[in-house]
Design a protein around this ligand. Sequence first.
Ligand code: BGC
Length: 771
Amino acid sequence: MRIINYCKIAMLFAATILLGSCNKKVVFGKVSLDRIIKELTLEEKADLLVGTHAFWGDTIDPAIQEVKAFLPGCAGTTTPIARLGIPGIQLPDGPAGLRINPTREGDDKTYYCTAYPVATMLASTWNKALIEEVGTAIGDEVKQYGADVLLAPALNIHRHPLLGRTFEYFSEDPVVSGKVTAALVNGIQSNGVGATLKHFAFNNQETNRSNNDAKMSDRTAREIYLKGFEIAVKESNPWAIMTSYNRINGVHTAESYPLLEGILRGEWKYDGTVMTDWGGGKDAVAMVKAGNDLLMPGNARQRQAIIDAVNNGTLDIADVDRNVKRVLQLVEKSPKFYGYQPTNTPDMKAHAEIARQSAAEGMVLLKNEDNVLPLANNIRNIALYGISSYKFLAVGTGSGSVNYEYVVNMEDGLSAAGYKIDPAIAAPYRKHVETIKPRNANNFMQLENVVMPESLLSQPFKLRADAIANDIAIITIGRSCGESSDREYDGNYTLTDVEKKMINDVCVAFHTKGKKVVVVLNIGAPIETSNWKEKPDAILLAGLPGQVGGYAIGDILKGTITPSGKLVDTYVNNFNDIPTGKNFPVNHQELNAESRRNRNNPNREPIKNFDYTDYAEGLDVGYRYFDKYPELVSYPFGYGLSYTTFEYSNPTIKTEADLFKLTVTVKNTGKYAGKEAVQVYVTAPESKMEKPVKELKAFAKTKELKPGEEEVLEFTFKQYDLASYNESMAAWVTEAGYYQVSFAASAQDIRQTASFNIAQEIAYPTTATLQ
Ligand code: BGC
């Protein structure tokens, strides 16, 4: 294998130097970065600020070719400067596990990676320790396969359920997003490889994502869309941050000095490296000035623009040097720099086990009438309907996908759990999925491949026979999505007529025979539930649970594991009640067509929700809005059933300087062992500023409690975490007064309360504005 060992190169250069070259001992890693920067030519500095991928032809510098060829399928690399011993490093995707090519030309070994549960599912575990373990396992694959910095986690807010990348992101809530991100980053980086927070920031739609202008107030920006990044930066110090494609109040985030040098570095004290999204931003020089250190994947025009701007005096060399230094700091931390030799042998079995545990913990039991789950001991024969029962969706599409070796379907998972799948029902499904010939596993996940065709619907007489022959029916509904496009309302958010008919007819047939029906949702983003949820007896939100999701479903249905996942998004009754829907490209096909029609018209009016999106709802995102109208909600934020029951008691609050320490006792009062995720919401005192009814400030999960067992859960937050952003004062302000704390099982299920007083208002001034 062609491996450049940069330590050897560095030593070679050192030797050359010792032998009398005029460049005395200027070798990367051996002298200060300032010394290296002095040594670099302007062209070399521009090389370092621009990645190699779309940039260099095949005939150029062999060192660059080596770097590009080193890890097939890697999204991008930095540019090596062999003369000074500076290696190029590998930056692969992504959020559900490392994404590289599984095979290599002329090499019969394979390089599959583990597909873990997607981000939304990891968040639904509410289990930071488990999420950190997942991060550690992902980071191990990054390292062992020879990569340096993973392009994940992604933590944009679920502003609207039609957002195409929902599954790649965590939640509608910034505190969940920030804390879960920090846990993942800490896990990934414990391997000595880097993580990248993306997409910084306000990337909440895929429609016209490269140019859409997200218009919002500073308060909305800071409290909803930046808060998660702030928490993650402060609690995990990621090596890198990736700016987003979109604009914020007219300026591309990649070109925003107030965002990057003002808020991120000035206020939050971030000292890592910032890179663009792939092809993000428009003006290379503006990006350099704004503190966007690395332009990815890089192209020759950007490189030349940087050189020209320095030469004609429009770009200060000090800005170039500042960014070069931050790129070199990233390279200096990388395994590549230390000469790490990839083993290419991560422990895939151990990682599959972590994927299985986290998948099971992230599944959310939405309905369980008459305790139909866990399946009773006498249940053996299962009538299994739905395409994704036989061709399971592990992850979503696009850069958030993974090239995994295998997927455990529902069919396999249930069989492994000891159930018998009715072969006559399975046969046509199996035949159908075999006719789908995707180019690769990711292509299979396109929506059209998972929605039921009418031809697979069983006739009522056949269903009646199925209901006699089997003990229970399980139906899966599959939904996939991914980057570049937002989701459709019809048939993606809603169930298709065929799917509704399938649920209805199966329920009629099985209920007539006194048998139960379970619906399993193999989906990456919220769907419509209120029109059909009354029909089945149980509903399990299985999400996109990674490659061994089928086993995890078996574990939950059988009761080997008690469900403990809880929703990280609000599921509403009526789509039109979602306040962000007024300003979201719900009709994105029409908007795309309109913009295409007007492509050559330089004077066309900006198209609403395409050229710009007005975040007019302000803080009214998810439960922050629906707490005011609980009757509009189908399943609330934080909701999830268990096979057992929990009692909360004895809430306490202690203050230590600016820190609040809270506890609550949780007791398992039911018949099954299980875990409970507890949410701590705070309601602020009446004030001049309008505030949400309550906001999540902390959460924790118990260990597995046996029946009768209890645990005291601990939570902390600081006075600063209670602050709202006051625009007229340009400061975060924690107002004086009584704050009410709710210890809750969901946003609509408060179990215990307590309160504390803040005697005096505290202001935390800021320096930057996005207006
Ligand atoms: C995505 C990023 C990804 C990059 C590299 C872009 O299209 O927005 O999330 O990391 O591609 O694959």
